[in-house]
Design a protein around this ligand. Sequence first.
Ligand code: ADP
Ligand code: ZN
Ligand code: MG
Length: 638
Amino acid sequence: MNIVNFVEFPDRTSDETKKEKNKSSRNTQSSPGGGSWIWGIIGAVLFLLLLNSVIFPAVSQRRVEATDYGTFIATVERGEVKQVVIQENQIIYTTNDKMFSTGVVDDPGLVDRLLAASSPNDGGKIEFVQKVQNQRAPIAELLLWWILPALLFWLFYRSMARRFSHNGESGGGFGMGNVMSLGKSGAKVYADTDVKTRFSDVAGQDEAKASLQEMVNFLHDPKKYTALGAKLPKGALLVGPPGTGKTLIARAVAGEAGVPFFSMSGSEFVQMFVGMGAAKVRDLFSEAAKKAPCIVFIDEIDAIGKSREGSIGNNDEREQTLNQLLTEMDGFEGDKGVIILAATNRPDSLDKALLRPGRFDRRIQMELPDLEGRKAIIQVHLNHVRHEEIDLDVVARATAGSSGADLANIVNEAALRAVRTGKQAVTTADIEESVETVMAGEQRKNAVISPEEKRIIAYHEVGHAMVAAAQSNSAPVHKITIVPRTSGALGYTMQVDTGERFLYSREFLLNKLATLTGGRVAEELICHTCTTGASNDIEQATNLARSMVTRYGMSDNYGMMALENQGNAYLSGRSQMVCSDATAADVDKEVQRMIAEAKDKASRIIAEHMDKMYAVADYLLEKETITGEEFMTILNQK
Ligand code: ADP
Ligand code: ZN
Ligand code: MG
């Protein structure tokens, strides 16, 4: 789907970041025990309070009043003393209601005197204890000085280790078989012995599946391969944009082969303490060797496998971990039946040593799904929800550029929507609405927008639609709406390509540029104003025009000269200008000129269709949302 236009508040983020946000919020699965260090500390405080109220008083006893030895002896003679404790450096004695202490005096007759006084004498009797080393009981001593500090230290250490280790996706998703704590390093390795995921759960991605099928066969019957002398690749690297099913397909390999699945996220290796990561790698591989044949999966391997060259300030821990990983992979004999899979969306940043033959020599590309792929993925996820006949084609067309994870989310949103509206099954309408929800946010039904603003928004949107429709190469309008969304969009025009496009011609892009300017042109020509609503259009138009000049070689002045290097191909990273400053300044002029030309074209189109503009906008203001067909009907009326 191409959302051509978001009328936006100027301070809203572009839809690119919105998508990212959606993704990240989806990815934050609550990590097991993520916040539990807080509970640990609360527990420790409660424990201290308990100690304070129950044990300490017993230990330190009541208030003790200091007196001199003479008073002590006098009190003993009077028969008022109930108990005497003779310690190394003081004597503590208790009368009916109070406790006193006095110094120790070299008085050999004291014991006799106490014994004498303890003979039943007006009901009084002295219990006395001689030579107590210390007034505290040994258990309390142990507790106070050894166990408590150890406990506190342990809690602190655990909470720190948690915080530093758990910042990535956790190893697997669903159906975790058993989680094992490995060896001395205490690494949490998800060793799933009964993986339910199959290749049939992964839709599309046929090339990846074919490539991995060989590994499945090998795990089924290693002898068949070793008898012939064939060595299978030890490892395969799954590469692709986020949400294309890398983690999913790795599990599916284990599921198909029916072998244990050891999985760990790259970030879990990198710990606060140097050496821990390497220990974890060792543990992981020694455990895997015991369970062979099996699969070891390292998710997000770029966390440890980042190229060592050119990094500012070296990270000892990461480097050690990486070295250990390389060593372990070399130490593995290919015929043992341990296959190492790793996933990353930043292949360009990986260390060359990881990619050399004998390690991750096989590279499996996971791409964003095409039209057929999207249909298949939607179907796979629809299998889990009750649904009516769904027009897969419509939905798949509207979701161009979406990843598998996006589509899974869309189907789930549709199911939630169906439940909310009290339906028995999911319909195509639910899915179409959830496509928009996922891409543009929920409808904001109670937003109060003044009639004047509504009018501007309507003309702005119709302006986009009119320019798009008037240019033959442009995709027809699918839908125009002026219902505001929670993302900040006040309205938008949705264009849906009829066919899947892999190449974009210069004409197509120029038309798109004109369409992007159409909103602002309508504001100016009809409402005689210009608003902040066009900010997102301006951003998109500028990016598009700039790319045409610097990367696609579509400008008259520079032809096929690359003026920009693209960063990461999968994560929309910043690109870098690779030309002189003078050229960069000239590129800015070129971009400006292209946008101005596009705007002129849009102005001509709108001026020509003024009466239709009024007709469509009136209709839109009345209905708030109109379909592409309704739009074309008005357009074709004589
Ligand atoms: P990655 O690891 O590439 O970022 P995941 O494997 O974690 O992506 O995919 C996230 C979710 O998206 C999966 O759990 C699955 O529900 C869905 N998904 C992604 N690709 C596919 C696909 N090809 N077929 C079916 N579902 C998919
Ligand atoms: Zn716009
Ligand atoms: Mg993943």
